[in-house]
Structure formats: C-alpha cells, structure tokens
Design a protein around this ligand. Structure first.
Ligand code: HEC
Ligand code: HEC
Ligand code: HEC
Ligand code: HEC
Length: 527
C-alpha cells in the first residue's frame, strides 16, 4: 500500500489517541544493544528492556477465556467438556470429520501466547510421536513460525532445510524454549528496529516490488505479524525448493483469489503442467482438499480497521504508560481479556467498554452461527460424494462429468469455511467478508450435493434425507494412538474408512526421546 496515504493516517490515529512519546514518532525508536546479530533468545533482552520483557512474559497467562477465544488451549472440536467457569467455547464439533485423513484430525487446539510456541508444537499429535524411525513425518518448515532460530538453520542448511524431518530439530540440544517466538522474531537484535526474519514474507516483498526500509512505521506494525498470521503452503516437489513456505498472494488476499491460485501449484503432471494444489485427500469423499491456515492478516487488511490503516499492534500491543513514558504492551493476546477494553478505547474514546464488547459479540455470534452451518453442509457434501463414488445403481449418462464438478464444489466448500474457521477473530477482523465467505462455502457444498444426487439419478437422495448430525455424527475422539485400534475405528461410519495403523508405542515425549535404545541421530542419518 501507498506510504503517502499511510503516514498521515498513522499520525492521525496517534493524535486521535491523544498520544505522545514513542507513539507519535515517525520511526520505531532505535537502540544500541551490543548483542550479536544472530541472537535468538528472549531472556538476554530482559536487562535492557525490562518493561517490554515483563509484558512479553504475560504471554504465559493461559487461563483466561473470552466468549469465543482467549488463551486456554482447548480442543477446538470439543463441544462436550466444559471449560472452567462455564465459558461457551465456540467449539466446532465437525472439525475431526472435515479433516479425516489429515493429521489435523488428531489434534487441533485454540492458540495461546507466543511463549508457548515451542512447547505446544512438540506436544501436539500432528507430528508423529509414534514412528518406528523416530521421524515426525512432517517437514522442518513447521519451525518457521515458532522460532527465530530459523535464520541460523537456513544459514547452515540453505534450502535443504525445509524438507528435512521435523523431528531432527526437536531435541533440547537443538532448540530451547527461550527461543520460542522471541524479541528477534520482530526486532533486529542490535538496533531493535522492526525487521522481517521470515523467508516467505521476504520473498513476498521481493515479488511485489516492496522495500522493507521504505515502508511506513504503521505498515511494519502490521507486517511483523504477517510473518506468521497468514495463509501459506509448501512448494511441491519439482516446482522449486521442496517444502519451502510461500504466501499465495499473487492474485489477491481473498478466498476467491486463493481458490484461483490453488488451481495450479501442485506437482507437475506427465505433460509438465502444474496440477491443482492439494494438502490431503479426504478419507470419506476422496476429494483433494486445500487446508487453510490462519489468514488473520489477509482477513484484517480489507476489513473496516485494516482498510482504515489500523495496525495489528494498535489492538494487540496497545501503548501503555510506564514511568511517564509510553511503551508498547508486548502481551499479544485478545484485547477482550481486558475488562476495560482499553486497547479499543485508545481510539473509540467516546464509547464504553460494554458497548464495544457488545459490538464484538454481536459480530462473532452471527459469524459463528453461519460458520457451523457451513461446516455441517460441508460434511453432508463429503457424504454425498462418498455415496455417489460407490453408487452401483443407475447412473446419469454424464456421471463422470457431474462427479468431477461435484468434487470441485466439495473442495471449494471446504476451503471457504476453513478460511473463516482458521482465522482467529471469529469474524471480528472483517465481518462482511467472513459472512460472505461462509455463504460461498454453504452454496458450494449445496451445489456438490445437488450434482452428486443428479449423477446417481437421485439414488443417493434418500440416504441424505434428514439431519446430517444423525446421518454422520461428529467424530468425538481420534488420535494417532486410537488409529492403532481397529475396534475403536469401527464405532463411527467415517472412522471405519481409515486404515488401521501398525501397533507402535510413543517414542517422543515433548523434546525427550522415550523410545527403546538411544535417540536416533537424524542429522547423521540424513547424510
Ligand atoms: C511479534 C513481534 C514482536 C515481538 C516478538 C517483540 N516485539 Fe517489540 N515491538 C513490536 C512492535 C510491533 C513494536 C511497536 C513498534 C512501533 O510502534 O513502531 C515493538 C516495540 C518495541 C520497542 C520500542 C518501544 C516500545 O515499547 O514501543 C522495544 C524496546 C521493544 N519492542 C522490545 C522488545 C523486546 C525486548 C522483546 C522481547 C522480550 C520484543 N520487543 C518482542 C513487535 C514485537
Ligand atoms: C513467528 C511467528 C509469529 C509471529 C511473527 C507472530 N505470531 Fe502471534 N502466534 C504465533 C503462534 C505460533 C501462536 C500460537 C502459540 C501457541 O498456541 O502455542 C500465536 C498466537 C497469537 C495470539 C493468541 C494469544 C492468546 O493468548 O491466545 C495472538 C493474539 C497473536 N499471536 C497476535 C500476534 C500479533 C499481534 C503479532 C504481531 C505483533 C504476532 N502475533 C506475531 C506465531 C506468530
Ligand atoms: C481493531 C482491533 C483489532 C485489530 C486491528 C486486529 N485485531 Fe486481532 N482481534 C481483535 C479482536 C476483538 C479479537 C477477538 C478476541 C476475542 O474474541 O477474545 C481478535 C482476535 C485475534 C486473535 C486470536 C486471539 C485469541 O485469543 O486467540 C489473533 C491471533 C489476532 N487477533 C491477530 C491479529 C493480527 C495478526 C492482526 C493484524 C493483521 C489483528 N489481529 C488485527 C481485534 C483486533
Ligand atoms: C487505532 C485506532 C482504533 C483502534 C485501536 C480500534 N478501532 Fe475500531 N475503528 C477505528 C476506525 C478508524 C474505524 C473505521 C471507522 C470508519 O470507517 O468510519 C473503526 C470501526 C470500528 C467499528 C465499526 C466497524 C465494524 O467492524 O463493525 C467497530 C465495531 C469497532 N471499530 C470496534 C473496535 C473494537 C472492539 C476495538 C478494540 C478491540 C477497536 N475498534 C479498536 C479505529 C480503531
């Protein structure tokens, strides 16, 4: 975006907030820390920046919930077990069904503070902790958004890093929790100026002809978050450095633009043409699915606040006054955890906290309702295509063509609800866009069902009549361990479709090897 629009806006907003000190400067203040340029730890900054360090440590708070969000790492699909104090948890009961055949169906939790990033990634069931060879069976790319240590690994391994196994870097002698998302994630450790360490963001800036040093302070106050709070994918084999992360923004940042973008970027076919990009094949419908990942920045940038030039930091890193000076709160959490909603009232000074909270809940309630409907319709679309795939009765003469379209619509329906679901504000960052996206999802899934019915001359229609929650109930439980249990898998019409995994015990507990024998040396075995 254009700096000429943004500089006055940034100033205008700062004046609106009645600020002085750091908040009205044109540039982020600079320092001389005397630290090395490849420093990656958090603790070493405590002495020189006690205020920012102290507020950053508040990211350890992990017990306060808001109506839909907050910092308890609950399982996002769990609608049964109540959270402390009876909070409604905004759970999405169909998530395990919708990701069946993909590790997201084993475990997917609500986000908590940045200080937990390493701890949470080594404890989640998405990386394989049960493997015979000790591998995580996921690319090392996952580390990109958990630690600035990335920069040192890239220096050492170059583009070979991405396709290395995730578990290579799991043990404590490889990575320490002090290097979880830390000061050097957003700051040059020598000057504390804002900088992007993230490779995919740097690639995007280059691709779109933008020079970081020429961007406005306000743009940087958003873009440091856009290093990670964005949709991304990993480069397919044969299309460039394998598993390198890329932001798919070349056609735009809307779900419609992503939908077009992902019609290519998969592995090349026999004719050298890129196939549609696919994250996984759904176990019930066998449709090729694109998984969305937290498009927070993309959703925000064309929403009411983003379009008006409000930065992520304005709401998630509000200015606080300490010893007569204004500093940025580094407790990057829900602004709703503050009863007074002070982050918002920096600008909306004429409004009460109750009013503002009410507006957020109004938006979130509406988006949540439509999101659940879109997810349920998506489940029905997968079931319709599953039934039609197996249909042995009379088929429409155009069966193949109709089914191709039906599968395309299942893929679209799923990508669109996931754009809203994976986004972290339950609609608040961009209410209109998120409701519209839910609606497009719903329409696409409905279309898929119509097409599958038509392809089978309505043969499958009776099996789909009635409430989808009776036909395909939510899958309550599934994990890597449970997938080793053939009897357990028989209990649900969809888990029955999964292959039983070989019996194998857990070999990693967090960062510690608990398998038989000594910990495998994955760096050596790579060579
Ligand atoms: C996720 C990104 C991010 C992380 C991590 C981060 N900061 Fe910041 N920091 C910012 C942003 C954004 C600003 C606001 C810059 C501006 O207003 O121009 C900021 C501002 C600052 C400032 C300038 C004065 C102020 O308070 O506005 C200092 C000093 C600072 N941070 C220190 C730290 C330290 C120390 C850590 C680690 C404990 C840290 N930061 C971690 C993003 C981050
Ligand atoms: C290096 C990648 C990275 C960057 C940069 C980053 N985040 Fe995050 N953020 C994460 C991850 C990962 C989590 C989830 C951590 C967990 O649950 O263990 C998270 C969680 C959060 C949460 C949820 C906290 C809670 O208490 O529930 C908020 C809010 C947030 N980030 C805001 C921001 C803002 C604002 C910025 C920019 C100033 C930013 N993030 C920059 C990766 C990043
Ligand atoms: C106008 C204020 C505002 C701006 C600007 C804003 N957010 Fe938010 N954000 C919110 C609100 C309100 C929520 C919902 C919190 C809740 O329900 O508890 C939220 C939620 C989140 C969450 C989830 C918090 C949690 O508790 O899990 C993340 C992550 C997040 N925002 C990141 C960002 C990023 C990244 C940007 C910039 C691209 C951004 N936000 C811009 C107000 C804002
Ligand atoms: C940096 C200033 C700033 C901050 C901080 C801020 N807002 Fe806003 N807010 C704006 C601007 C600018 C607009 C757009 C006004 C317009 O378009 O006329 C806006 C619009 C709104 C709207 C109407 C648009 C919509 O989404 O329905 C609501 C509601 C709102 N803000 C709530 C909040 C809440 C809640 C917070 C805190 C989580 C917050 N704002 C934080 C500046 C801010």
């Amino acid at each position: 975006m254009n700096k000429h629009i943004f500089l006055p806006l940034a100033l205008g907003l700062a004046l609106m907030a009645g600020c002085n000190d750091v908040s009205t400067e044109l540039k982020t203040p600079e320092y001389k820390t005397g630290l090395t340029k490849d420093e990656t730890r958090t603790s070493v900054f405590a002495k020189q920046f006690p205020s920012q360090y102290a507020s950053y440590m508040k990211n350890n708070e992990s017990e306060v919930m808001t109506k839909y969000k907050g910092s308890i790492a609950f399982h996002k699909e769990d609608e049964i077990n109540p959270l402390p104090e009876g909070f409604k948890q905004g759970s999405q009961p169909y998530l395990k069904n919708l990701w069946l055949g993909y590790p997201f169906s084993y475990e997917y939790n609500e986000a908590r503070g940045h200080t937990y990033a390493i701890e949470d990634i080594v404890n989640i069931d998405r990386h394989d902790r049960f493997s015979a060879d000790g591998k995580g069976h996921m690319p090392a790319t996952c580390w990109n958004c958990k630690t600035p240590h990335m920069m040192n690994w890239i220096k050492e391994y170059g583009d070979k890093f991405w396709a290395m196994d995730f578990n290579t870097f799991r043990p404590k002698d490889m990575i320490s929790t002090d290097e979880s998302i830390s000061c050097p994630t957003c700051h040059d450790p020598q000057t504390m100026s804002l900088r992007p360490y993230s490779e995919p963001l740097q690639d995007w800036l280059k691709r779109s002809g933008q020079d970081w040093s020429k961007l406005s302070r306000n743009e940087k106050r958003t873009l440091v978050c856009a290093q990670c709070h964005v949709e991304y994918y990993f480069i397919a084999k044969g299309n460039g450095p394998h598993q390198r992360p890329v932001f798919p923004w070349d056609l735009g940042k809307t779900p419609e633009a992503f939908w077009e973008y992902y019609k290519t970027h998969g592995p090349k076919d026999a004719n050298g043409k890129e196939t549609p990009f696919t994250d996984f094949v759904h176990a019930a419908s066998k449709v090729n699915i694109i998984k969305m990942q937290h498009p927070d920045y993309e959703t925000h940038q064309d929403g009411p606040h983003g379009a008006a030039g409000v930065a992520c930091a304005d709401c998630h890193m509000q200015f606080i006054r300490e010893d007569g000076k204004k500093v940025s709160s580094h407790w990057m959490t829900s602004p709703m955890k503050d009863k007074e909603m002070r982050a918002c009232r920096q600008c909306h000074a004429d409004k009460t906290a109750e009013y503002l909270r009410g507006r957020v809940h109004y938006i979130q309630d509406k988006v949540y309702e439509k999101l659940l409907n879109a997810e349920a319709m998506s489940v029905k679309a997968h079931e319709a295509v599953r039934l039609a795939n197996n249909w042995s009765g009379e088929r429409d003469p155009n069966y193949e063509k109709l089914m191709m379209e039906a599968r395309e619509m299942v893929r679209k329906g799923q990508m669109f609800w996931d754009y809203v679901s994976a986004e972290n504000s339950m609609g608040f960052h961009n209410p209109t866009k998120q409701l519209n996206t839910c609606m497009t999802s719903f329409e696409s899934s409905q279309k898929a069902i119509d097409l599958a019915c038509q392809a089978t001359m309505y043969g499958i229609a009776p099996a789909l009549a009635g409430d989808i929650r009776d036909i395909v109930p939510p899958i309550r439980q599934l994990s890597r361990k449970l997938q080793q249990d053939g009897e357990f898998l028989q209990q649900h019409p969809w888990t029955r479709l999964l292959p039983v995994k070989p019996q194998h015990k857990q070999v990693w507990d967090g960062q510690v090897w608990i398998g038989d024998g000594s910990q495998p040396d994955m760096l050596r075995s790579m060579k």
